[in-house]
Design a protein around this ligand. Structure first.
Ligand SMILES: CC(C)(COP(=O)(O)OP(=O)(O)OC[C@H]1O[C@@H](n2cnc3c(N)ncnc32)[C@H](O)[C@@H]1OP(=O)(O)O)[C@@H](O)C(=O)NCCC(=O)NCCSC(=O)c1cc(O)c2ccccc2c1O
Length: 264
């Protein structure tokens, strides 16, 4: 798929940096199947382009980086909608963010929650706006990421804090995220794009071969979590067809608290 065909994602190359922007602000930049397909294609373009050194992942507008899966679509249709190959390729997106041999910077311009939080965790670096908020929401809306989304998160911020995010579904602010080592820098919202570009410029001045080896070396220690991720998404596929999962998505769409009592 060519970037000119994208509807949910913008792809631009400026100053040797590929900017990949999730462009669904009316849905808090949540992703549906098509969004995931386009993100994968954008990362492939950035991977193949010899002019590109660093890659930035961000969201359109100032409210959201990414609110995870499109829960309204899931409540309405029972899935995340049509895709190029008929399969929801979120695991492939996780892999390509890790595997692309160029540093990926999450530029978190608002809330990063659910599967959107997992995307920034998987990026090599995160620069955040002061108003950004971070957290997991799956257990509230009938979902979970028991692969990289839990185990790798625990590597980044520690077991207690990772369990806190998943077991309370409460969001933390940017200052706390910095304190926890979940992000690399926090800046005022209006400075976010320029600060992110400055991080990318530093990367673009360095040896791409050295960076490629280093990224893959960092990854090697946690790559076995890819196996855990397969099992976790197999389980999620089964779980997503249950009444318990449907209750979570329905409750979100109906703006009420979910009633999980029948499933204890
Ligand atoms: C994101 C929020 C914390 C923002 O709260 P805030 O109070 O600032 O704003 P609103 O709640 O009023 O939201 C504004 C507007 O946006 C709509 N919206 C928000 N999030 C979503 C969403 N994810 N999908 C669709 N629409 C969304 C919201 O309804 C409002 O619309 P109005 O029409 O009413 O104006 C807060 O909104 C929030 O907590 N959102 C839900 C976050 C969430 O639960 N995300 C999904 C988690 S599950 C997931 O991400 C997931 C990931 C995967 O990788 C999977 C893989 C395989 C299967 C399943 C997966 C999966 O489920």
């Amino acid at each position: 798929m060519q970037p000119s065909e994208f509807s949910d994602v913008r792809y631009e190359v400026r100053d040797a940096t590929a900017w990949v922007t999730i462009d669904r602000p009316e849905r808090m930049n949540s992703f549906r199947g098509r969004t995931v397909d386009e993100l994968i294609s954008a990362f492939k373009h950035a991977w193949a382009d010899k002019e590109v050194g660093a890659i930035v992942l961000t969201g359109a507008g100032e409210r959201a980086f990414c609110a995870g899966g499109d829960v309204k679509e899931r409540a309405e249709t029972g899935s995340y909608g049509p895709t190029e190959w008929g399969t929801f390729e979120i695991e492939r997106l996780h892999r390509i963010i890790r595997d692309v041999p160029k540093p990926v910077i999450a530029s978190v311009n608002g809330v990063a929650v659910g599967g959107g939080h997992v995307l920034h965790v998987l990026c090599d670096l995160t620069v955040a706006a002061e108003h950004a908020r971070f957290g997991q929401s799956g257990p509230r809306v009938g979902s979970f990421d028991a692969g990289f989304g839990s185990a790798y998160l625990a590597r980044v911020i520690g077991e207690k804090r990772a369990r806190q995010l998943w077991f309370t579904c409460e969001l933390i602010d940017a200052a706390t995220a910095l304190n926890w080592g979940l992000v690399n820098e926090v800046v005022p919202g209006p400075d976010l794009a320029d600060t992110t570009a400055a991080w990318a410029a530093k990367i673009n001045a360095l040896s791409p071969t050295a960076l490629r080896f280093l990224k893959h070396s960092f990854n090697a220690d946690t790559d076995h979590l890819g196996g855990l991720s397969h099992v976790a998404f197999d389980g999620l596929e089964v779980f997503s067809h249950t009444d318990e999962a449907a209750e979570g998505a329905r409750a979100f769409a109906e703006k009420r608290a979910p009633d999980y009592r029948p499933y204890r």
